[in-house]
Design a protein around this ligand. Structure first.
Ligand code: UDP
Length: 334
């Protein structure tokens, strides 16, 4: 048989990843991770809650391209795409309370556009879902087969239902179009690049402690959360994308703390003189949250490695460089 001519040397093309929400806290860490793994990354963000500061260090990197666009609009990209990571969304309770329509749009229309892009390019798709799909859970810790307890009409409904819709849409593309899809349910995560004024408990407590201001515990502080350091989370998400199952997977750190304990941990870690003050509990604030990561352990051979003290030290060092600079402005898009 006649052999086809062999080219002198085949150069292996780098995989191409599209990251929506690339200028956000997690999107920017994911972009860094993918670039380090040898991917080319196209980052898309409308900067409504993300910040160019989070990706400024990538300027001039030939493997990184940034497009400022709202992902609810048609996504056109030239050339091949191998992976689509859909991370765009306001993600902190005060952001999605202020931007409820954008939150619903990016979770629904934005997910549809991102899935359409993946289908068009025959790329694998991963949706950044959330522990919020479990709502105020009646099962503890939360396993992936728990369907959740969400108020559709409460203040958190815009985020919770947008993410529930995005999971359903992802499964519809998987079933209808045989698209390779992945669903990660992200539990509370912390680390550098969280926005100082995003209202979430980590930036709130750390900035208050750094300025020796009262640390504001909502309710009686008995509600619990479980905090995962960002590098652990990104590692778990990468493994999920590279595995071969469309099943949703919880990624988070099972170490659970009450918010009152957490306030004390942060005050001690900062070495602050802050006192604790109690403020009203926001409506529908989940009472308990802790991931059951049995599936991630078995399927991905993943579990978190960074201890709270270690992750907090890095996070506090980051916030020290931000406190006192004033909060970064956020443009409000319609
Ligand atoms: N929280 C608090 N003080 C603050 C901010 C938040 O006690 O200044 C509490 C909030 O009520 C919730 C927990 O911390 O029980 C985590 O809130 P966050 O906004 O970080 O995210 P959530 O896990 O509720 O989505």
């Amino acid at each position: 048989m006649k052999k086809s001519p062999v080219r002198s040397k085949t150069v292996k093309e780098k995989p191409v990843s599209v990251v929506t929400g690339a200028a956000g806290f997690l999107g920017s860490h994911l972009s860094d991770y993918l670039l380090a793994k040898g991917h080319k990354v196209v980052g898309i963000d409308n900067l409504v809650t993300g910040s160019v500061d989070n990706i400024a260090h990538l300027a001039g990197n030939p493997d990184f391209k940034f497009i400022q666009q709202d992902v609810t609009e048609f996504l056109f990209l030239e050339g091949p795409v191998n992976y689509v990571w859909h991370f765009a969304s306001p993600a902190s309770p005060i952001d999605y309370l202020e931007l409820p329509i954008q939150t619903l749009k990016v979770g629904s229309l934005g997910t549809h556009k991102a899935l359409g892009l993946a289908r068009n390019k025959n790329a694998r798709f991963l949706i950044a879902s959330t522990s919020e799909i479990y709502g105020d859970p009646l099962v503890h810790p939360q396993r992936e087969d728990y369907w959740g307890n969400v108020s559709t009409i409460g203040p958190r409904g815009c985020y919770d239902e947008a993410k529930r819709f995005s999971e359903a849409m992802t499964m519809a593309y998987h079933r209808e179009h045989a698209l390779e899809t992945r669903i990660v349910r992200i539990f509370n995560t912390y680390g550098p690049r969280m926005r100082l004024n995003d209202g979430r408990v980590v930036p709130a407590f750390v900035s208050q402690a750094l300025e020796n201001k009262p640390v504001t515990v909502f309710g009686d502080g008995s509600q619990t959360r479980s905090f995962c350091y960002c590098s652990d989370l990104i590692e778990g998400i990468y493994r999920l994308m590279m595995c071969d199952s469309p099943l949703p997977v919880n990624i988070g750190n099972p170490r659970e703390l009450s918010m009152l304990e957490f306030a004390k941990v942060i005050i001690a870690a900062v070495g602050s003189k802050s006192k604790i003050v109690f403020k009203p509990l926001p409506q529908d604030d989940p009472k308990l949250r802790q991931p059951d990561i049995t599936r991630a352990r078995a399927m991905l051979k993943w579990e978190p490695k960074v201890e709270l003290a270690e992750g907090m030290a890095t996070t506090i060092a980051y916030f020290k460089t931000k406190v006192g600079q004033g909060s970064s402005p956020r443009s409000k898009l319609k």
